[in-house]
Design a protein around this ligand. Structure first.
Ligand SMILES: Nc1ncnc2c1ncn2[C@@H]1O[C@H](COP(=O)(O)OP(=O)(O)O)[C@@H](O)[C@H]1O
Ligand SMILES: [Mg+2]
Length: 151
């Protein structure tokens, strides 16, 4: 599924639509370069999970936890050196628990994620548009198709 957004606000709204559909145990691997929009999308996902607390980038804290209709574990692995460092954080309880994991810079640790992981690759276009390629999506696309890319 390939979607596009024109503004950061649209990316947040798309995230909200995604967040509303997520279920306990879901893992979202976000990929894309700096400022692609991974954190903006996560802000929306949090909203869709019923989290009212503002979401900030976990680049320095590595893991932030929020509580809505289920826990959200917002993880940023940018500063980690290796996939082993990821496991050393004690993420197993999060990956195989009853919350949702959203992982920024997941390119670095894909080998450690289960096969059910939903992959969202965000690519910044020369203007403020973003192309989001979603693979392994398990739920309805009905509320997402309004963002479908037109070629
Ligand atoms: N369509 C868009 N979607 C998401 N962010 C956008 C978009 N257009 C512009 N932006 C801007 O790009 C930046 C994305 O930042 P952020 O989400 O923190 O990126 P990342 O977490 O991928 O490093 C923000 O400053 C945001 O306002
Ligand atoms: Mg970020």
């Amino acid at each position: 599924m390939i979607l596009t957004t024109k503004t950061a606000e649209e990316t947040i709204k798309l995230g909200t639509a995604i967040g509303q559909l997520l279920q306990p145990g879901d893992i979202l691997a976000l990929q894309g370069t700096l400022a692609a929009g991974k954190t903006q999308l996560t802000k929306g996902i949090a909203e869709g999970l019923g989290i009212s607390e503002p979401v900030t980038s976990p680049t320095f804290t590595i893991i932030s936890e929020y509580y809505g209709r289920m826990p959200l574990y917002h993880i940023d692995v940018y500063r980690l050196g290796s996939p082993e460092d990821f496991l050393d954080l004690g993420v197993d309880d999060m990956l195989y628990g009853q919350g949702v994991c959203v992982i920024e810079w997941s390119e670095k640790i894909m080998s450690e994620l289960p096969s059910r992981t939903i992959l969202i690759h965000i690519e910044a276009q020369p203007d403020s548009r973003r192309t989001l390629t979603i693979t392994n999506w398990q739920y309805s696309a009905d509320t997402l198709v309004q963002y479908e890319a037109v070629s």
